[in-house]
Design a protein around this ligand. Sequence first.
Ligand SMILES: NC(=O)c1ccc[n+]([C@@H]2O[C@H](COP(=O)([O-])OP(=O)(O)OC[C@H]3O[C@@H](n4cnc5c(N)ncnc54)[C@H](OP(=O)(O)O)[C@@H]3O)[C@@H](O)[C@H]2O)c1
Length: 426
Amino acid sequence: MIGIGTVGTGALKVLTGHGREVERRLGCKVELKTLCSRTIYSKDLSWLPRPVKLTKNWKDVVSDPEIDIVVELVGELSTARAIAHAAINAGKHFVTASKQLVAEHGMELVERADRAGVNLGIEACVAGGTPILHAIREGLAGEHFSAVYGILNGTTNYILTEMERRGCSYGDALVEAQEKGFAEPDPTFDVEGYDARYKIAILAMLCFGQPVAVESVPAEGITRIERVDFAYAHRLGRTIRLIAAARRRYGRLEIFVRPMMIPRTSQLAAVTGAVNGVLLAGDKAGDTMVTGRGAGGEPTGVAVVSDIVQIARSVVSGGTNATPLGYRHWHPARVVSDAQHEVAAYLRLVVHDKPGILARVSTVLARHRINIDSVLQEPLQPKERMPFVMTLELVKEKYIRSAVEEIARLPFMAQRPLMLPFADLP
Ligand SMILES: NC(=O)c1ccc[n+]([C@@H]2O[C@H](COP(=O)([O-])OP(=O)(O)OC[C@H]3O[C@@H](n4cnc5c(N)ncnc54)[C@H](OP(=O)(O)O)[C@@H]3O)[C@@H](O)[C@H]2O)c1
């Protein structure tokens, strides 16, 4: 095992704590041979049941002929990739928790593993402790998926659901998430949707057999959501979640990460706190929801150990798992821009209040062929920064975007309008 940080320590605790259970399931023991980390000699490993070999150099692990399975939990992409290549080339089965490695180089790893006749374990890369990748790849291998929707980032879900539950500001919820260890000191990777982008790219690969370039996935974060948006959302029977989605549309793939207004009764609305949830829409099994702890040492450690168990089973039976990414024949993804689709939307405007504002905004919307469905205003708002909301009827998103650009330039606007699409998820 290379990389003894949060996940490495969690995986060690699971492997040692559940050793007997694992042995009963396998009919043989998984023996921990070597632990590798840069600061391994200063770590307190006295709680391990028996001494293991320690090293600071990962090359000692991949070159050891007694080792069957290499587990990579270092995080940094180029190191993870170098370890993957060296381990697979040396004929070792390979387990990783790195979403970047799998999203950006998954196909390459599968080809190398195929040639070397070894297995890949990737369950920990998406939604930590949940078995979502096994569910798609094995449990639902007979299904045809039309869409996959996920709440894939615990940090942003914690922030949004605390804003909703307690009516606190985005800034206060973020600070609290940082204090509780749910958010990094620099939260950009999570709050801007970049983390969820890697995960939805992997889910799309497994659901549709189409490789997706991560940078082609549009990502929008949650930093512009304010507490007043939840007040309006509730009046509309909705709530706000950061949704990562991939769906088939007329032979093309639509894929994105963005905050959306979803029904309060939808299954993803029930995913609260630092939890992950994935909703799979299939044409025969219908909707399947998987939810659970998407991060943290021990939950993610369970996913790592589950991969180790699965690989050990195939070692015992002499087979290999030839389809770690779910497909052997791939189709290129024709990714369609979401701007081409029709959406109904929520538009929040904050203005310096004066007569005639509604007429000016309505004129711009009409010019872009957009019908207003309703206008909402919470009472007793400050006149100098007054928020109000328009809900817009179904129209191509590109028209809404052009209208938003124009409205943003109107002289009475106190800040840029916020547009959130409605998503009628089950
Ligand atoms: N944290 C989560 O909840 C979570 C959930 C799902 C997936 N993941 C993924 O799991 C992986 C590990 O994340 P983490 O949170 O456990 O990270 P972490 O706490 O920073 O741990 C990384 C470990 O890797 C070691 N390391 C780094 N470079 C190394 C090198 N060149 N040689 C040997 N060891 C090296 C570090 O060593 P030293 O401590 O000795 O310096 C550290 O122990 C990442 O790919 C992450 O995306 C994390």
